[in-house]
Structures are given as C-alpha cells and as structure tokens.
Design a protein. Structure first.
Length: 202
C-alpha cells in the first residue's frame, strides 16, 4: 500500500490497519475506506470474493466510488451477468470440488477451506465421501463444469441431496443455478470484509 493511501485508510478505519497485510483476516471496513483503496490493495483484499477470479475485482475497481455495500455487491454481480455464457462457465470452473482432493491436502484458498470445513466436508463418512466423489464426477461429465453451491448456507446432508438432484437438470439451468450460488458465496465473503449498509452509508 502506498504511504498516502495508508494514511488515508488509517484515518478512515483505524481499527483495520493493525491487521495489515490484507491477505490475512481483517475487521470489516466501511465503504469510504473501500473507496480510498488504491487498485493494488483493492485487488489484494477483494480479489477472491469470487473464487480465483481477481479479474472481476480488478474490473469493478473502476466503478468507484461505491455508495454502499450493496452498490459494491451489485457492481460485481452486474459484471458477472454481462459475461457471455462461456465466461460464466469459466467462473464455475475456477471453483474447487466440494470435499475434493484439495480439501485434505490444504491446497484450497483460505476462504474455500473455511467454507468447506464449516459445512462438514472434511468429516464425511467413507460412504458419504465416495458418494460425493461419484456425483461430482457425474456432474462434471454431464455439464463440463463443477457443481457449485454456497457451502456456508448448507450442510453435508443438503449438499449431497442438491448435488444428486441437480445432476438431473439441463445445462443452461445448471449454469444459471451455479452462478446464483457464486453470488451467494461472494456476498458472504464481502460481509467479512465490508460493513453492511445498516452501519455504512456514505
Ligand atoms: N464447488 C463449490 O461449491 N465450492 C465452494 N462452495 C463454497 O461455498 N466454497 C467453495 O469453495
């Protein structure tokens, strides 16, 4: 972070600054602190609100100033909605499998690791783990992109049920459904970084 931006950010949000660097967990900042961030810091902080898609964050930076948390979220969602279907599928392909090999090897992003662990993906019985692997493969074979669901809004029972049911859908419906889940994941990740609008109007 440049020194002028750091000073500005310190003024805006003194509680957050002690948590620098930002790739670690931080106290949520207010929207004026978000608007004061230079491009590099903005991408460092928000680059993974859509899993492994910092391009989205980089593009959305040009939409500042954001009037509120909801405006920031809306800018991200509008960017996603404007993508061609191939771009939306690309976003889905950036997501790791639920309960996949990377969960146990520690190769997931911090956010994904936390979400999957919270949903109990790391403590599946061997029967559940085999079912998950089989259905994940079936899903990818049918659609050409991985099954995506907001793990923090589900548990292992609902995830397995949804995975099994959604394998039966049409590709376009599943693409739209997966993108809807990406937006839910994004909203929850943003809530960990930015104060919500009740406390946060410009
Ligand atoms: N495949 C998939 O849904 N992955 C994810 N879902 C979620 O909430 N975090 C993820 O990494």
């Amino acid at each position: 972070m440049s020194s002028s931006a750091l000073t500005c950010f310190q003024k805006c949000c003194p509680k957050v600054i002690k948590h620098y660097p930002f790739n670690q967990k931080t106290v949520p900042m207010d929207i004026s602190a978000v608007n004061a961030l230079p491009y590099e810091d903005f991408v460092n902080i928000f680059g993974n609100v859509v899993e492994k898609c910092p391009l989205i964050t980089a593009a959305v930076w040009t939409r500042r100033p954001f009037t509120s948390f909801n405006a920031l979220e809306a800018a991200i969602n509008e960017f996603i909605d404007a993508l061609p279907e191939s771009g939306k599928e690309g976003i889905l392909r950036c997501h790791p499998d639920l309960a996949g090999k990377h969960l146990h090897s520690g190769a997931l992003t911090r956010e994904s690791q936390e979400e999957q662990t919270r949903a109990g993906m790391d403590v599946l019985s061997s029967a559940e783990a085999s079912q998950m692997t089989r259905l994940n493969e079936e899903y990818k074979g049918r659609f050409g992109f991985p099954f995506v669901i907001c793990a923090r809004m589900n548990d292992k029972v609902t995830i397995l049920r949804e995975l099994s049911e959604r394998c039966q859908n049409e590709r376009a419906a599943e693409r739209a459904r997966g993108i809807g889940e990406v937006k839910k994941i994004c909203r929850l990740r943003l809530q960990g970084l930015v104060l919500s609008d009740a406390t946060n109007k410009l």
